[in-house]
Design a protein around this ligand. Structure first.
Ligand SMILES: Nc1ncnc2c1ncn2[C@@H]1O[C@H](COP(=O)(O)OP(=O)(O)OP(=O)(O)O)[C@@H](O)[C@H]1O
Ligand SMILES: [Mg+2]
Length: 365
């Protein structure tokens, strides 16, 4: 299948400053691509380049098999939903949704049919005669989506469409957008700085930092095999534990030693990979450290640890222990008997470990 969006060697500068550095990414029809990264990393700029709202400095952008690099935004077969929604305040919801079709000369009957279809889909039929000022944030957000949906474009572009909503509504709308994607099987590029939104919505994630793509992968790939320390730290909440460790080769096994203040080093054994350097950063997610007896896996190892802090979080309880000079978080079950200031046996799932080079930050396994 031909990609629905194919970006090659895209560079974008403002004056002498290059903002996007050699971006290469392609998505298949039906993909939900999420661009995620910290503020200022170039997500909106890249989306605007795809939309044609910003000219690019070099490279090419193909949409649905056509070279759109120098095509004007209106002829790119895209529909965009902005963070601000940009609704017309004096028009009713119905007019807001049909306005674009009217401008393009779509006949009245088709306009009405599309309007009622989309209103039904977004459950805003009772709101069609209201003005945007008479709507809640979530309803306005739906109207903005409705306006994009009636276009039936090759590609939808969303720039942080949920960022104006409160936390509860965000989660609700997130589910609705996901359902919508499944119903329509639409191709979507979606910008967010929220890594949870990225994980829950995407079929494919692009993690960006400073205008450079750090990793492209499925949510599971990004979560389980982060390509470098930046991705490891950025994706996941609470974040992956990143613990400095020494590696000693002992026959066919690696002995992984983690320093502890006022105690003997914690020693774990992991035979893979065979060629680790003497110094590594060991990455282990909070859920891969459990209370002893509560974790099954190919290489689970137990060790006595001093618990500095216990943080109940409803369904789980997080405990913190200092290892390798870091506050290491473990995710335990809610009924754990862990107490701050006491020791307990924790189970480390070495089968889930990521190793990183301390200098370059690159993944080693
Ligand atoms: N018109 C412009 N002229 C010069 N620099 C710009 C312009 N627009 C954006 N930038 C710079 O480009 C970089 C990327 O900006 P962009 O808006 O794409 O970031 P973002 O990832 O969308 O961030 P946020 O999450 O805050 O929306 C920033 O350093 C920004 O200051
Ligand atoms: Mg932005």
């Amino acid at each position: 299948m031909a990609p629905i969006l194919d970006i090659r060697n895209l560079r974008k500068s403002y004056g002498a400053t290059e903002i996007l550095h050699d971006i290469n990414v392609a998505i298949e029809p039906g993909d939900f691509l999420v661009l995620v990264g910290p503020s200022g990393c170039g997500k909106s700029t890249l989306l605007n380049c795809i939309a044609g709202l910003e000219p690019i400095t070099s490279g090419t952008i193909d949409i649905a098999g056509r070279d759109m690099t120098d095509v004007s935004p209106r002829d790119r077969d895209i529909a965009m939903v902005f963070q601000s929604y940009a609704l017309y305040p004096t028009m009713t919801v119905a007019k807001n949704i049909t306005f674009g079709m009217k401008v393009r000369g779509v006949d009245q009957a088709t306009q009405e049919q599309k309007l009622s279809e989309v209103a039904e889909l977004l459950q805003i039929t009772p709101l069609l005669q209201r003005k945007p000022g008479q709507l809640s944030g979530g309803q306005r957000q739906r109207v903005a989506m409705g306006r994009a949906l009636v276009r039936d474009p090759a590609l939808f572009l969303f720039d942080e469409p949920l960022s104006n909503l409160d936390a509860k509504l965000r989660v609700e709308m997130r589910t609705e957008i996901k359902k919508l994607h499944q119903t329509l099987n639409a191709s979507i590029v979606y910008v967010t700085h929220d890594q949870i939104e990225a994980m829950t919505l995407a079929t494919k994630i692009v993690v960006m930092k400073g205008g450079v793509i750090q990793q492209i992968g499925t949510p599971a790939e990004i979560y389980n095999q982060p390509a470098n320390l930046f991705v490891a730290d950025f994706m996941g909440s609470p974040a992956m534990n990143l613990i400095p460790a020494k590696v000693r080769r002992d026959g066919s096994a690696n002995r992984i030693e983690i320093a502890r203040a006022g105690a003997a080093p914690l020693v774990l054994e992991d035979s893979r990979p065979a060629d680790l350097p003497a110094d590594v950063i060991l990455g282990l997610r909070p859920e891969d450290i459990a209370e002893a007896g509560f974790r099954a896996g190919s290489n689970v190892q137990e060790a006595q640890c001093h618990i500095d802090m216990v943080e109940p979080a409803g369904a789980d309880t997080y405990v913190v222990s200092e290892l390798g000079g870091k506050q290491v978080t473990a995710r335990l079950h809610a009924e754990t008997s862990a107490r701050a200031g006491q020791s307990m046996t924790l189970a480390f799932d070495l089968g889930k470990v990521s190793y990183f080079a301390p200098e370059s930050g690159q993944r080693l396994n």
